[in-house]
Design a protein around this ligand. Structure first.
Ligand code: SF4
Ligand code: FES
Length: 358
């Protein structure tokens, strides 16, 4: 087996529990119950192994990671292993005192999710009142001196307000605003017809983002949409290339959406992370380019997009090894163009009580 470069980044899904019920949630439809979550000692060991393996950046995510009372210990463990830690949060439950404890433990930055620029739309998308808490959380983060990033998932119901969303981010003091068009995985797939934007919405929003670039000190990141561009997107820099995900129960995934793939996912309590990264069948299944069928195998872009998303290929064609139908060269591309013309649904389907799972 060829030598494998070490991972650089890690997504630590500390819990799937969450006070919000966003219809675009990319976590799986079957969430991990709280009773099955890893305990503190297991996460401490995983962060130590990750640091030794080469991981330098961790997103502490969920669900809502603030629901873990042991979060300061987990931050300290990651930080002690030489890993830069970023908290990815809805902001609910983030007090100045809580953040001071996390900062003292070594937390380096915070990414706050925002659903829309006005309270009514934001609360409708989030499935509960939360906008005011987010504004307060942003103020707490700014007061702490930690860098603040905003993460906004874009879709049919907020793309037309892109100017107001960017203005809100600037007003709240964000240094970075990630404008991420919805990716249709996990629960988000359930709501695809309610979330899928029109091509016109996307075109206008992209123009507005370009307009703002250079006119604000905030860095603007536009994550291109699925389904419309005719191009496949590289997942996490390539399968098993730079990043790994650890699920709340200790399963380790090459990609955060790989729960639904027909793979035997290795478990961090059963194998060393180094073996999982370098040798496990799951991490080698679509690593590199040798596994690729045509047209990817002979394509000049194969080391740029790595044949696109395995999850999307599997969801749409039943075969995770086929070329991602998002690519206009894919034999199955018609499956994507058909989706983009599906009639819209008006109502969101919300998860039931993700804050109270198991
Ligand atoms: Fe990417 Fe494969 Fe499409 Fe080429 S054929 S652009 S490698 S998905
Ligand atoms: Fe990573 Fe699909 S989202 S391969």
């Amino acid at each position: 087996m060829a030598a494998v470069n070490p991972p650089w980044a890690m997504l630590a899904e500390l819990t799937h529990a969450c006070p919000l019920r966003c219809p675009y949630c990319s976590n799986p439809t079957e969430l991990t119950a709280r009773s099955r979550e890893l305990d503190t000692a297991a996460w401490v060991r995983i962060f130590a192994e990750a640091g030794a393996l080469g991981v330098r950046h961790a997103h502490l995510s969920g669900g809502e990671p603030l629901l873990r009372r042991d979060l300061p210990e987990l931050v300290a463990a990651a930080s002690g292993a030489g890993i830069y830690t970023q908290l990815v949060t809805s902001g609910l439950g983030l007090t100045g005192r809580r953040l001071a404890g996390l900062t003292a433990a070594g937390l380096r930055s915070v990414q706050l999710s925002v659903q829309a620029a006005d309270a009514a739309t934001s609360d409708r998308i989030a499935g509960r009142r939360s906008f005011d808490a987010k504004r307060e959380a942003a103020a707490v983060i700014r007061a702490s001196g930690l860098p603040l990033g905003l993460n906004v998932v874009l879709h049919r119901h907020n793309l037309d307000a892109i100017d107001a969303i960017i203005a809100l981010g600037v007003d709240w003091g964000a240094e970075r605003i990630e404008l991420a068009n919805t990716q249709f995985y996990g629960w988000g797939l359930t709501n695809r017809r309610a979330l899928l934007p029109t091509r016109d919405q996307l075109t206008r929003a992209r123009e507005r983002v370009e307009h703002w670039r250079g006119r604000t000190r905030a860095e603007l990141i536009w994550v291109v949409p699925d389904h419309f561009e005719g191009v496949a997107k590289p997942c996490m820099g390539g399968w098993g290339a730079v990043s790994l995900t650890v699920a709340p129960d200790g399963r380790v995934l090459p990609c955060p959406a790989a729960y639904g793939l027909p793979l035997e996912l290795p478990h961090a309590l059963e194998h060393p992370l180094s073996w999982i990264w370098s040798e496990s069948p799951a991490f080698n299944a679509y690593r590199g380019t040798d596994w690729m069928p045509e047209p990817c195998a002979g394509c000049p872009r194969k080391e740029i997009d790595f044949g696109g998303c395995r999850c999307q290929a599997h969801a749409l064609t039943g075969d995770a090894a086929r070329t991602d139908p998002a690519c206009s060269l894919a034999p199955d591309h018609r499956l994507i163009t058909a989706l983009a013309t599906e009639p819209a649904a008006e109502e969101f389907v919300y998860r039931a009580h993700a804050d109270r799972i198991g």
